[in-house]
Design a protein around this ligand. Sequence first.
Ligand SMILES: Cc1ncc(COP(=O)(O)O)c(C=O)c1O
Length: 478
Amino acid sequence: MKAKRPLVEKLKSHFIDNPVSFHVPGHKGNMACMDAGTHFWDRILQYDATELPGLDNLHCPTGVIKDAQDLAARAYGVENTYFLVNGSTAGILASLLAVTHPGDTVIVDRHCHSSVFNGLMLGRLKPVYIGRPVDDITGIPLSIDMQEMDRVLEANKGAKAVIITSPSYYGVCSDVKAIADRAGNNGATLIVDEAHGAHLKFGDRLPASAVDAGAHIIIQSAHKTLPAMTQGSWLHVKGKGVDRDRLERMLGIFQTTSPSYLIMASLDAARYTMETTGAQRLKEILEQAENARQSINDIGSGLFCPGSQYFRKKGCYDFDETKLLINCIGAGISGDELDYKLRTTADIYGELYDMANWLGVITIAMKQSDLDRLVEGCRGIKPQRPAKKIPPACLDNRADCNGADPWEVLDRNCVSTALDKARGMIACSGIIPYPPGIPLVCPGERISARSIELMKEYQALGISIKGCKDGRVEVVEE
Ligand SMILES: Cc1ncc(COP(=O)(O)O)c(C=O)c1O
């Protein structure tokens, strides 16, 4: 018989044996690490408040929300911080629309999150994509190539904005300072999607945060890497170039009029925790993560944990070592096979896996015993010989294959076609393998033979692809 409260019951059963979380949210269910003082989280339903007298209003804050935002701005060294209650997604949409007008050109990191492509559609913007080189061993995108950035900026002098992701989902950082200088010289606003980097400001051994590297707008999912509740994010603004009134109008469009006080309070607590004990905890857990990396590399089963040294050798600007990446190629298994084994044998849940890798997110809420359990779980992996051929997680997408701007396809007639016949046709929506969620084809791009080949390989391996169902994709009728 079907469960009467299926979601409630599933949540309860999932957490009954305290599985180890290597995934977001950053608090990992550990209340002690989210310092809101005594008994705050015990009264969670009571504090799920609305805009009562004295509790201020997110959309025109003058009281406690303003105070909490100002304290966050001070902690990050920025002029303004805005709390986001529906994730970085809302901040990305609002910032793109705040600094552009329909028809404007925007230089876009080709490996951005889907919210960026949605922002391009809503704003009727013209993207010029920057591809990234892809690592031959791990198959993941490396840093933005500065020569490529210079070439694209030179060819698009009138671009109104540049939007990049740094760190990437995998932890790869680009040279934000150099990009900020170049964008600034061209009169373009630099928006950095730092969804995965809210913790960087608090770690000595970590790459510099975009807030210190000269970016104009920086969006961070506090819920991913800090002890904040899911959806709790913030947007920071630096410098005089960004029109705050227009940005606030856009935030008003994309954010709910019923913001969760629990999420906002968790942002306040996360900022406080990071300012008081966060830096020390981050230092400790980073050392423990480094030991776990070494231990996994020493097992000898072919599992390989690359750190910042590896990525610098590959020409990357930097790497965030709170990302515990395990490359599985040498063990002859895929990332999802490792994920399955860790889940079923050690009750460990990772954040991300792709064809070749498994990724865990390390935060201050974790304990040495969590890392020990991961190392033990990895010891139980038996290498497969001969090693399986595993397709790359993504393409470097350097080729310019734009067929239409993303917004244009919204108004065009779309038809379903078999993959074999889709070569050269314009995609109606993004075609995105999950995981890792990096678009193989963006809406408006022409579908290449190589993308079709990869889609077939992914499908054969059971990887789900958003925008490709039963071997068919939606294309523009031409
Ligand atoms: C690079 C990147 N940017 C933005 C987002 C959206 O963040 P949020 O879930 O806070 O809306 C994500 C989500 O996974 C992401 O990976």
